[in-house]
Design a protein around this ligand. Structure first.
Ligand code: PLP
Length: 384
């Protein structure tokens, strides 16, 4: 074997270490969870676990055996798609194996060479990757700034011959790193004015916002203004996979052109059962998200900041405390971990330089006391 290639890899990794950018995998089983996306605690719900085991039949295949287009399609998958489309008030939906796959599949095939993809500057990596795989022109607008979006759309419309190309605008309804909420009404109005098709990634809103967790497009009543929505199941739903919601035409288009749908083995039925059971929990009369919203309010109340350390304004379970500098943010996260709190630092270039942070996520399984203790520890580490 050629050893020089491994030496090359080690050199690249050493450079990352020197820049405090080295990623490593950690198992922090015994720490209090302030970093997972299990906002509603569904991944650890004994009610959902029991429902999944009741619904799983002994004679079920353990794998899906192929792609949806060949042997991997099931009545269960099709019924789940109809159920989820109905719940989210959409015409149709198509399941993908993950949110990453959904965005890569959707964005890579929806826009052609003559089209333009315009996305928020903080858009998720999966949308960036999908957009790169398309041959469309790409533009970014200032974060959550409908005015800047309008300028960009004006610019695109003014240069395109006969206004032929389609324009797609991509936003997240809750931003994954900042936790803030998109100005969806304003953005939808601008899209309408310039005949642009709006695509909303609802990854972090699913389950948390909107009636019974239907998301923010539902909350603002914008279903008819949005061309496509992506709901993921690996976060508040506590499972795995994603669905792209939109028209029947969009569903059929994706079946035909989305490569991350076509060229992969479908999710097995036991994964689909987990998604269905979690949604049934959302729909049950007893379920409410009141506690998570109380916890968020408690976390923010009298939160102490000073100098260059500040909390990004957010009403979602994602609360980001900016502590500029990779080393500094990482040091504080390590000290929190040694005190029993699983808080992770998000470093540049994943976030802009100077906006390195602790991304603190709150969950139904966090107690008020744990949140109070975390705030106290942060005070001591940052300001004592
Ligand atoms: C906004 C957003 N979209 C998509 C994804 C990808 O979803 P998944 O984890 O299901 O691949 C994520 C996850 O990090 C996300 O934050």
């Amino acid at each position: 074997m050629n050893q020089s290639i491994n030496r090359y890899l080690e050199e690249v990794l050493d450079r990352r270490k020197e820049q405090s950018l080295y990623r490593y995998l950690q198992v922090n089983d015994n720490l209090v969870d302030f970093c997972s996306n299990d906002y509603l605690s569904f991944a650890r719900s004994s009610v959902i676990r029991e429902a999944i085991s009741q619904a799983s039949k002994a004679d079920q295949l353990t794998g899906s055996t192929g792609s949806r287009s060949i042997s991997g399609n099931t009545t269960y998958a099709e019924e789940l798609e109809s159920m989820l489309a109905g719940f989210h008030n959409a015409e149709a939906g198509l399941l993908f194996n993950s949110g990453y796959d959904a965005n890569v599949g959707l964005f890579s095939c929806i826009a052609r060479k003559e089209d333009t993809l315009v996305s928020d500057e903080l858009i998720h990596a999966s949308i960036i990757d999908g957009s790169r795989l398309s041959y469309a022109g790409r533009l970014r607008f200032a974060h959550n700034d409908a005015g800047d979006l309008e300028k960009k759309l004006q610019h695109v419309r003014s240069r395109s011959t006969n206004q032929a190309g389609n324009i797609f605008v991509a936003v997240e309804s809750v931003y994954s790193m900042d936790g803030d909420i998109a100005s969806l009404k304003e953005i939808a109005a601008v899209c309408k004015k310039y005949d642009a098709s709006l695509i909303v990634d609802e990854a972090h809103a699913t389950g948390v916002f909107g009636a019974q967790g239907r998301g923010l497009v539902d909350h603002f009543g914008l279903e008819d203004e949005v061309f496509a929505r992506v709901h993921t199941f690996g976060k508040a739903i506590g499972a795995h996979g994603a669905i792209v919601l939109g028209s029947e035409a969009l569903r059929n288009y994706l079946i035909n052109f989305a490569r991350s749908f076509i060229f992969t083995t479908a999710l097995p039925v036991h994964s689909l059962i987990a998604i269905r059971c979690a949604y049934e929990q959302l729909m049950s009369d007893s379920f409410t998200t009141d506690y998570i919203h109380k916890l968020i309010a408690y976390f923010k109340r009298d939160f102490q900041t000073s100098g260059d350390v500040f909390l990004i304004e957010s009403t979602s379970p994602i609360q980001s405390l900016v502590i500029p500098g990779n080393q500094r943010a990482r040091d504080i996260s390590r000290q929190l971990q040694s005190r029993g709190f699983d808080v992770r630092a998000i470093l540049s270039p994943s976030v802009p330089v100077g906006k390195e942070r602790l991304r603190i996520s709150l969950h139904m399984h966090n107690t008020m006391d744990q949140v109070g203790e975390l705030k106290q520890a942060l005070n001591e580490l940052l300001f004592a």
